[in-house]
Design a protein around this ligand. Structure first.
Ligand SMILES: Cc1ncc(COP(=O)(O)O)c(C=O)c1O
Length: 353
């Protein structure tokens, strides 16, 4: 039987907690009390194929047609729904290495044949068209990338994405871009890559950059025919969305810039602390980025597993082991939750090195 679970998610849910928790990937929790007057809530609503005001809010924010929007339970639900709609068992999928582990787990669960192309530390984790060109075959059905890149937070620009789209098109494949971190580019936020062509499929949510993970407000953006197929596939999964969640999500969209700014301040303060840490501390290197809520650090010697075990046991500090990204000499840390906790976590990492 195919593997139908995720080691990473199980680890994250059961073993990542610590007083100084740098094993996060998104910003902290946005409290309901800060949302302002709540909309009238109702349990049931008109949402057979999504709640129109929510689809309109997503469409307006990302400058796409509401017919391109399929709502889902977080980016996780969006990715799984997209994969199950686009792929049959045995279909070949090309995905970046390293990447977010759940993407691999979900692809495996739907029976895809997974092939990889590398994004390397030495090359600043850039998405290189040449690496994709070398790995693609006439059997490739889908290319999958993250933008910003998880784990490194490296931003891929529009011209590189266009080139990737052309490579996908040359074999009749589509390009799925997981953009859950893209809105963490706070200035000149790039437009969604759905706007680059009908072969693009985008997934995202209000979780990582907006701190409202509990609403599970996620979505797929795809050309309308494909979007309709996704809604039909969703009849087999969730059937209909959770309506109170849709109402609250619309309220968050009405305040989206304020919610984002609230966390921007924390992320930017944390990045300053991280920059000083990386300037100062020997034995570690990282590709530095201007944006994003995660950073991927590489130890000059030794594996991260034993280091992180000691860090958690002796210093009550956690980070995500690089083994979950196929790079055991690395570990990922997260920004945007609490600047005092972040600074003290980094201090403890320094002390433990
Ligand atoms: C690239 C990427 N996609 C999707 C997710 C899941 O996001 P959500 O909480 O919206 O389901 C994560 C979570 O870490 C992620 O890093």
């Amino acid at each position: 039987m195919r593997r139908k679970q995720s080691e990473y998610m199980h680890w994250a849910k059961t073993q990542s907690r610590a007083r100084f928790n740098l094993a996060t990937s998104g910003v902290g929790a946005f409290p309901l009390g800060e949302l302002g007057p709540l909309p009238p809530l109702e349990i049931n609503g008109d949402n057979s194929y999504g709640y129109t005001p929510l689809k309109q809010a997503i469409a307006a924010r990302y400058a796409v047609d509401p017919d391109c929007v399929v709502t889902a339970a977080g980016t996780s639900g969006a990715n799984y729904l997209a994969f199950s709609t686009l792929l049959d068992p045995g279909d070949e999928v090309l995905i970046e290495h390293p990447t977010y582990g759940l993407l691999l787990d979900a692809l495996e669960a739907v029976g895809a044949v997974v092939k990889r192309f590398a994004r390397t530390h030495e090359n600043g984790y850039a998405l290189e068209a040449e690496a994709v060109r070398r790995a693609i075959t006439p059997k490739t059905k889908l290319i999958v990338v993250t933008n910003l890149h998880n784990p490194s937070s490296v931003l891929t620009g529009e011209s590189a994405l266009r080139e990737l789209g052309e490579i996908a098109r040359s074999v009749g494949a589509r390009l799925l871009v997981d953009e859950v971190y893209l809105d963490a580019v706070y200035d000149n936020t790039p437009r969604t890559s759905l706007l680059l062509g009908p072969d693009f499929v985008v997934t995202s949510s209000l979780t990582k950059v907006y701190g409202v993970s509990g609403l599970r407000c996620g979505w797929i953006l795809a050309e309308p025919d494909l979007a309709r197929a996704m809604w039909r596939m969703n009849d087999l999964f969730a059937a209909t969305p959770v309506h109170p969640g849709e109402l609250l999500s619309v309220a968050v969209f009405e305040n989206l810039d304020a919610v984002r700014d609230r966390f921007r301040r924390i992320v930017e303060a944390d990045r300053k602390v991280l920059t000083r840490f990386l300037d100062r501390v020997p034995g570690l290197s990282a590709v530095r980025t201007e944006w994003g809520t995660t950073a991927f650090l590489r130890l000059a010697s030794g594996g991260a597993d034993s280091f992180l075990e000691r860090l958690r046991a002796e210093c009550d500090t956690s980070a995500v082991p690089g083994r979950f990204f196929g790079l055991p000499e690395c570990f990922r840390i997260g920004m945007g939750v609490n600047s005092e906790m972040f600074a003290e976590g980094l201090r403890r990492i320094e002390e433990s090195l």
